[in-house]
Design a protein around this ligand. Sequence first.
Ligand SMILES: [Zn+2]
Length: 253
Amino acid sequence: MMFTETCLTILLLSAAQVFVSDSSSLQPPETAKDKQVMTLVIDPGHGGYDSGCVVPGLHEKVIALAFSRRLGQKITELDPYIHIIYTRTDDAAVPLQQRTAYGNQIQADAFVSIHCNAHHESVVKGFETYVYGEQAVECGHNHEEHASETTNNLSGPNAILSNLHQQKARTESIELAQHIQRGISRQALINNRGVKQGRFRVLKYSQVPSVLLEIGYLTNPSDRYNLQRNSYQNRLADQLAQSIIAYLRQESV
Ligand SMILES: [Zn+2]
């Protein structure tokens, strides 16, 4: 079903308000009233009919949602001036184009999509940070799901402006990815597989700094075990929260 641009805008703005976390109602304390309010979109991968990677007894969409909420809570605890908007808060199927549009419509300060990976060799494990790039590397994830092309219906000056925003955002996305990777390396919680490029559709048309995080391999016994533990998720979320805040606040990590 196709929506007109106007209808889509109304839908997105309405939905974005629904998904704003409780942190949006916080009033800045007197001592920090000059601190800039920022907005982060957290996108739990998949949902609904789309389970993502599936291993016996475990669906990627479930881990992605649980970890996304934990990450959002950690960021709110550490910096209540960063508003968290989730692209989904339950087992809903949200179109990829709509997920990207959330960030673009509100001109978010960053967009982070959360996924788990899979590989036919169970020894493959670790954490990867993806930015959009045509030089995509081989990846165990189902890229067909994420990379199917769509036409950009903008034309003329709007298309040029959109491309300029995308180019700027891609440069900033690399900076965000580097912040995250430095944190992962320092904490040594999980095998660090580095920053990579991927043709992920959810990143392609983003006009804000955007990364897709593969937080572990569900096909690897060690990663799979860890990702189901609250204590591990808390430690990983805490590390990521610090890195993302450092990027948003332009602090060194
Ligand atoms: Zn995924």
